[in-house]
Design a protein around this ligand. Structure first.
Ligand code: HOZ
Length: 431
């Protein structure tokens, strides 16, 4: 495969953009490669500016449940832009969007739109503090909630990939209010509540960790966190930026039957456009300005074009509830194929999957149930695997600590193609 144009473009980008990219993971640093510059995408495929075709399992990091350039979404964007792109004043689609989110996500009675997942988690935290009058927040090591100061402490995703889980620029004052627990370890949460009596405003987590690679919750974990937060009058925040509308119509909370007080959503509701939202019980949400004393605002919040794209996608999901079975079936096939390939090539690895989210960890461990387990993975091996896969036209996350995403656009033949490419890459790895 020829990557000359991407390489040239990367050199040009580096002159004007820090590191040549607008978000670190896509620089491909941790897999010791160079970023691809994408020209376009269609369905399950993306094409780079050199004209190479890739079977895409990144899917813009999750939101493209329906695949690239889905006709309903494109049509909605076109119609919306023809009427103007921003008003900073209410439009009808904002209410349509809010209504469909409230209808689909079990715990959400009211919702406020923002522009990204980072904004959603930042705002949800302020709201939790304002509502409870308490200051501290518990997060889990390896969970990622965007680049909010309070959450850039032992964070997953790009922070982890680039070995700076604790970012420079976060003050000690901010960091002292963030307490760290271990994912899938209830005792670690109980201990923190014991040590910080009556001062924990909220516990935030990804109900299925997706930014340390995919790590599903063990049985009883989410229920346990729910019970502890209730006992201690702290809010439970589910960050469903990845899982919302992906592992089920009502996200992880519907899938596992555990209802948080607040839910944060991000790119997943934008049909590929920049958007975010946070929502929950009306009593809590009504503490936001202009009703209450917790201030939160944004000119582009509820932007008409993003709302139109997101609403078109959510309507499609609402009207086609069977797609979740289809996604799970495609995910299952991929998982089985990858596991079979590991066995047949003698490479040590674990495949974690839930629905259409999946990670292949290169590890000698038998299972990956915690952040500590995930950290034992052989990231050098993943880097080599990534490069081999990419060269064969399989586009997966450029980091061990992310998820693969399957969309409804992936056909059975393409899932088989991915399994074959995975096999060929593993075979080469083993040599
Ligand atoms: N935060 C994303 C991964 N979980 C990466 C975003 C990007 O580089 O576009």
């Amino acid at each position: 495969m020829d990557h000359n144009l991407s390489r040239r473009e990367y050199e040009r980008a580096k002159k004007f953009i820090p590191g040549g990219v607008n978000s670190p993971v896509r620089a491909f640093n941790s897999v010791r490669s160079q970023p691809l510059f994408i020209s376009h995408g269609k369905g399950s495929e993306v094409f780079d500016i050199d004209g190479n075709r890739y079977l895409d399992f990144v899917g813009s990091w999750g939101p493209l449940i329906l695949g690239h350039a889905f006709p309903d979404v494109l049509e909605a964007i076109k119609t919306a832009t023809e009427k103007g792109t921003s008003f900073g004043a209410p439009t009808v689609t904002e209410t349509d969007m809010a209504r469909i989110i409230c209808e689909m996500v079990p715990s959400v009675e009211k919702v406020r739109m923002v522009n990204s997942g980072t904004e959603a988690t930042m705002s949800a935290l302020r709201l939790a503090r304002g509502y409870t009058g308490k200051e501290k927040v518990i997060k889990f090591s390896g969970c990622y909630h965007g680049h909010v100061d309070s959450f850039l402490i032992q964070a997953g995703s790009g922070a982890l990939t680039h070995s700076v889980p604790d970012s420079l620029g976060v003050t000690k004052g901010t960091a002292k209010d963030t307490l760290l627990a271990e994912f899938n370890n209830l005792d670690s949460v109980i201990k923190l509540f014991g040590e910080n009596k009556n001062n924990i405003a909220a516990v935030i987590l990804e109900p299925v960790a997706g930014n340390m690679g995919v790590v599903p919750p063990v049985e009883g974990f989410l229920e346990g966190v729910r019970a502890i937060t209730e006992e201690n009058r702290a809010l439970l925040i589910f960050d469903e930026v990845i899982t919302g509308f992906r592992i089920g119509r009502g996200g992880a909370q519907e899938f596992f039957g555990v209802q948080p007080d607040l839910t944060t959503l991000g790119k997943i509701i934008g049909g590929g456009l920049p958007v975010g939202a946070f929502g929950g019980k009306a009593e809590i949400m009504d503490c936001l300005a202009p009703l209450g004393g917790v201030y939160q605002a944004g000119t582009l919040s509820g932007n008409p074009v993003s709302m139109a794209a997101g609403y078109a996608m959510l309507q499609y999901l609402y009207n086609h509830p069977d797609i979740y079975e289809k996604l799970d079936e495609k995910g299952r096939k991929l998982e089985e194929g990858f596991k079979e390939n590991l066995k047949n090539t003698g490479i040590d690895g674990v495949v974690n999957r839930i629905g259409s989210m999946m990670t292949l960890f290169f590890t000698k461990s038998k299972q990956i149930r915690s952040f500590k387990d995930a950290l034992l993975s052989d990231t050098e091996m993943y880097a080599r695997y990534f490069r081999l896969a990419l060269e064969s036209g399989l586009y997966i996350a450029p980091s061990q600590f992310e998820s693969m995403f399957v969309s409804i656009a992936h056909t059975e033949t393409e899932i088989e193609e991915a399994i074959l490419k995975n096999y060929q890459a593993l075979q080469k790895l083993g040599k």
